[in-house]
Design a protein around this ligand. Sequence first.
Ligand code: DOR
Length: 440
Amino acid sequence: MSNFDLILKNGTVFFKTKREVTDIGVKDGKIVEFGNLSTAKEIINCSNLFIFPGLIDTQCHFREPGGEHKETLETGTKAAALGGIVGIFEMPNTDPLTVTPEAMEFKLNRANQTSYVDYAFYFGGTAQNSSNLNEWENLKGVCGIKIFMGSSNGNLLSSTDEEIDKILANGKRVVAVHAEDEDMMNENKISILGESNDVAMHHLWRSEESCFNATKRVVAIAKKYNRKIHILHLTTAQEMEFLKNHKDVASLEVLPNHLTLSAPECYEKLGTLAQQNPPIRQKHHQDALWKAVIDGTIDILGSDHAPHTLEEKGGIYPDTPSGTPGVQTMLPIMLNHVAEGKLSYEKVIDLLAYGPLRIHKIKNKCETKIGNDADFTIVDPNKTHTITNKEQASKSGWTPYDNKKVKGFPVMTIIRANKVMQDGELLSHHSGKEIEFDIS
Ligand code: DOR
């Protein structure tokens, strides 16, 4: 008789405080034992492979409902599994917006039918629904509240202090913030962009001051209510300097794109494919983001997977949509940064597992320990791979990293003991389940 359903044999296991070559025994979808293990229904040889806890992408836009020509929960989560990601948090700027329990229920049902990875959804916060948010934030499948202070694809917008105040006043869960100042950007669009169609202007009118101002405003309101906020996709040196003194209320996210690409080169090389909000900025901002990653100021790395079709991106700037796909390439790009000596494997795991666990209070996941879900992101640190548009599972069908050669690659995605991806092949269908949170 087999003791275990599955044994991962001889891998280098990344525990919270150490890495060690050992075996992992799995039963009924849970991690049950470590050590020298022998009898199981299935044994996977993990010699020379790294076994990370299952990594989570806490910022994805999967466009369903309303934008299914760009992405669906099925195609987006296929991309996630291929990228070594075991769970995703999805954003509310769909059509309709996720601002009612009915809209949330729709997403949960669709994900239940079609998702390849585990999932949770952000509930959109607005002045209009603010009086219900203390109740609706605790609906099942909800990972937090999301607000947009500046417009960015879709009409979920809370640009004034009065609106933000109402949202932050009523509830306890973390409020994720898109911090760009709408009024400043509207003025800049006239005074700085004017009639220009040059995408290289994107980071100048969606200015660093606009990000910094929005961030200062939302931090002040969060302090008033002692409400936890999570500031998404930070891009400026000024915000890094400011926010390191406000970690009592604010957790922080950066994106692989902002750590990897910089202006003006990205706009010269990629044109509107590098157009995203907040924008990719000059190298000195990128250097400040890296410093904050290394010194522990940054809590979470998210992809901000925001797919648009090549046809849409091929329009005339500034009418082209902002955003790039990223859930499939996030881990490979970060592993390549490890290979280049920019950060450690442990730091990557901190940003993609322990950070999400800490900020969102995820239950039973994100750490390799007995009793937790048998979620694993298995990486070959020596595998080299050339990223291509062709291999992207996203419906958008492209990546800003087309033809980039990387070292270190996810070779297996295991979710609650289900082998969902192995060596670039999707094996198991629609096995995703909703992620649970400790909301006590
Ligand atoms: O560039 C972006 N695109 N930034 C966002 O915050 C939203 C996103 C989208 O949904 O396309």
